[in-house]
Design a protein around this ligand. Sequence first.
Ligand SMILES: C[S@@+](CC[C@H](N)C(=O)[O-])C[C@H]1O[C@@H](n2cnc3c(N)ncnc32)[C@H](O)[C@@H]1O
Length: 406
Amino acid sequence: MLLPILALVAPAAAAITLGVQSGFFWVTAATSAGLFLWSINGKGYRKNIGATGLLTGELEIDKKSVEKHFDHYASHFGDDSRDKESKQHKSLQGKREHNYTEMINNFYDLVTDFYEYGWGPCFHFAPRFLGEGFMESLRRHEYFMASRLELRPGMKCIDLGCGVGGPLRNIARFCGCKVVGVNNSDYQIKIAQKHNKNEGLEHLVDVVKADFMALKPFKDETFDAGYQIEATCHAPDLTACFKQAYRVLKPGGMLAGYEWLMTSQYDPKNPRHVAIKQGIEQGNSIPTLRTIAECEAALKKAGFEIVEVQDRCPYPLTALDKPWYGPLAGEYSIENIRSTKLGRFATSFLTYVLETIRIAPKGTYKVQTMLTKTADDLVAGGEIGIFTPAYFWLARKPRKAEKKQS
Ligand SMILES: C[S@@+](CC[C@H](N)C(=O)[O-])C[C@H]1O[C@@H](n2cnc3c(N)ncnc32)[C@H](O)[C@@H]1O
């Protein structure tokens, strides 16, 4: 505990005694930031993450082109978006929908290491009770969904947009069912497969390269159940995406989701609301965020019968809850210190120093800055209740006889 505090105090002391112009200040600052990050580092495979994919070549992006990749990604949102409502951002929605594969893979190439470093292998938010640990809350959120899907040994489940596979490993272990994750990002698949092997779970889980807008590797009626966690917000067309899930589910099979949506508090005529929505889209590679009504209509249009809906991160909170955005909003916890304001500041600083002294590729700092800004957008959306990251829906594909009757 003493080491991270010392590492943060040292550069301030150096700045006061030596001034920021001094070369010695920069050496102290870089060493301290490195020490800080090292002292709070995780364990196991990928324990040295941060921007390591970019640094070590694990990620197949040419180091010289990180900035080019970032600028190309940013071109899908426009220059003037984020601080105020942006007309340019709106007009680029078509481009985002058309180029979704490139835009989203580009994004995850750049941010995956930062995500895993700051949050761990489960790339989602969660509701949290007072007194509940951060990791514990993430798992409870996953098990809640698994329990609603009634997953058990012998069942085969699909995870649409599985990230690096944190949730699918937890769910497979918890329920004893098989889970096949699909992902369109080669980089994340590579990481997920290494984690699966390291955790001895290859008999229960698999990760397959597929676009959830097409699900080409899978025949009709392959899976007993399916789910998506904070992934289908990336879909350029939600109905088309749900139709694919419908196709690969067996009749009677259940599909569940935690959807990123604008709530009934959202007012599209309020420029501040629109700016927050646009900021979340820009910082998370989302063509456009939808409303609750749009999501439910898409499920029905795809052929599903809706069994249950509820916002798992509702607004306002009760006195017994902690906000889902707490870890981004200044709440301090040693479990997720890297995603706190303090941790993000240290990471930004280290990224800046490493880029300045040419260890980190040019563009790394821009990626970190984008993530810091969007953390503020997510907090703003959560604080005024216009956005939820966990609108839970449970839907059923009707059995054949039921379909004929209706
Ligand atoms: C926010 S992450 C959530 C990952 C995972 N569900 C979790 O909770 O850890 C969104 C995921 O969706 C995947 N994704 C986005 N668009 C996709 C598509 N068209 N087909 C398959 N996966 C996609 C991304 O690559 C990423 O892994």
